[in-house]
Ligand binder design. Structure first.
Ligand SMILES: [Zn+2]
Length: 102
């Protein structure tokens, strides 16, 4: 069975496009990072913006609940399923061939 080349996938689907599709509330832009409310925990303080996505490397990190990973992990955690399934669904949505590695 082929593997998904997750590293290459981020060149096929830009992280910001995925973030928009997932409808994440990221409102602060700090350099190459987008920050906003974390989808994995409930903020006590609405102004808290502890969730950050590095657009260049396509990785996310929450400074509060320590959730982290790449864009496929983000999708998988939000919608359920494995990272592999996430990659397939992301590629299907954006109309690109999954970058496979044999
Ligand atoms: Zn969090």
């Amino acid at each position: 069975m082929p593997f998904i080349d997750f590293n290459r996938l981020r060149y096929y689907v830009q992280p910001y496009a995925l973030l928009r599709w997932l409808n994440l509330d990221l409102t602060r832009i700090v350099g190459r990072e987008w920050r906003g409310a974390c989808p994995f925990h409930v903020d006590q303080d609405d102004r808290e913006r502890c969730f950050a996505v590095d657009l260049r490397h396509g990785r996310f990190f929450c400074h509060w609940c320590n959730a982290y990973g790449d864009m496929c992990d983000l999708y998988a955690r939000m919608r359920g399923g494995s990272s592999y399934q996430a990659a397939i669904e992301i590629c299907r949505h954006f109309g690109v061939e999954p970058p496979l590695r044999y």
